[in-house]
Design a protein around this ligand. Structure first.
Ligand SMILES: N[C@@H](CCC[C@H](N)C(=O)O)C(=O)O
Length: 294
């Protein structure tokens, strides 16, 4: 099957974007893995599919697959690329677009400077909805909110990582570290991702607070590995930082691939929406032969 695609990136988190508004390709997990493969395919952290609106009140459906071929609930950097894609291709003239994602409806705004602001909706703290199973763990409070000490088997012994857990439509565990450059992202990221207390696995964020309005973040993404940026991860880290009293309500998050601005008016209630602003850039377009892969 020959498939046209657009390669895009948002703060270095990169995507293959497919227009499935006229024709559904019906790709298998193995075919998504092929597209994401950096040697044999196009190469991407996620594959984004633009599909027709499933019901009135939204403009499109937005479906996300990780590089490992698994479908996931949300992707913040992808959402910004999504709106830039539908606008650039003339699929809509609207600068404000509503899309159905797995976890709900998101509103995306193409700003005059080419950046995109996404209303990511409120964070989710209800443990079963994250989903997070606290069995065997005793939380402790840091500021006004709990952290969960996750035991990790490491080098023949046990380490303990205190994480804040929440969902931004997808699951996140955030650990505050002193220095992200020295954080054990490659070693402990996979252990956190597959920890038994997260039944659907988790994205692992390593947060360094520089001051109340500036943070650094590295994310070991579920189904991918460390990426240059994670939009939902940046939202989750800022929400955690605000709830623990480390951060103000508007924060610049410096990721390895760029900076995202995250705003959450927690003083108006924990159900206030999280707003994320950042770049979304096309890289190149192409057509690829996708082999039959069951
Ligand atoms: N890169 C994304 C998150 C993509 C999904 C994530 N890996 C998951 O499995 O939940 C972002 O920008 O939010």
């Amino acid at each position: 099957m020959r498939i046209p695609f657009t390669k895009m990136q948002g703060a270095g988190n990169d995507f293959v974007v497919l227009d499935e508004t006229q024709q559904a390709y019906g790709l298998t997990p193995a075919q998504y893995r092929f597209l994401a493969d950096r040697h044999f395919g196009v190469g991407a952290d996620q594959i984004l599919s633009v599909r027709p609106a499933p019901h009135p009140g939204v403009d499109f459906a937005y479906v996300i697959h990780n590089a490992d071929g698994g479908e996931v609930e949300n992707c913040g950097n992808g959402a910004r690329c999504f709106v830039r894609f539908v606008h650039d291709r003339g699929l809509t003239a609207r600068r404000q677009v509503r899309v159905q994602v797995h976890g709900g409806v998101m509103t995306l705004q193409l700003d005059d400077d080419g950046r995109v602001t996404v209303d990511m909706g409120p964070p989710v703290f209800d443990l079963p909805r994250i989903p997070f199973d606290p069995q065997g763990l005793t939380p402790r409070f840091v500021g006004a909110w709990e952290v969960w000490p996750l035991p990790l088997a490491w080098m023949g012994g046990m380490a303990e990582v205190p994480v804040s857990v929440l969902s931004m439509g997808n699951p996140h565990a955030v650990w505050r570290v002193d220095d992200v450059d020295a954080a054990p992202v490659a070693d402990w990221g996979p252990l956190i991702e597959r920890h038994a207390n997260f039944p659907r696995r988790v994205n692992a964020g390593f947060l360094q607070v520089l001051d109340r309005r500036t943070a650094r973040l590295r994310v070991f993404e579920r189904g991918v590995g460390e990426t240059l940026a994670c939009g939902t991860g940046a939202c989750a880290a800022v929400v955690a930082g605000i709830r623990h009293g480390w951060l103000d309500e508007r924060v610049d998050v410096r990721l390895p691939g760029g900076t995202l601005t995250i705003a959450w008016a927690a003083s108006q209630g924990l159900d206030a929406p999280v707003l994320m602003t950042g770049p979304a850039e096309p890289v190149f377009e192409g057509v690829i032969d996708v082999p039959d892969l069951p």
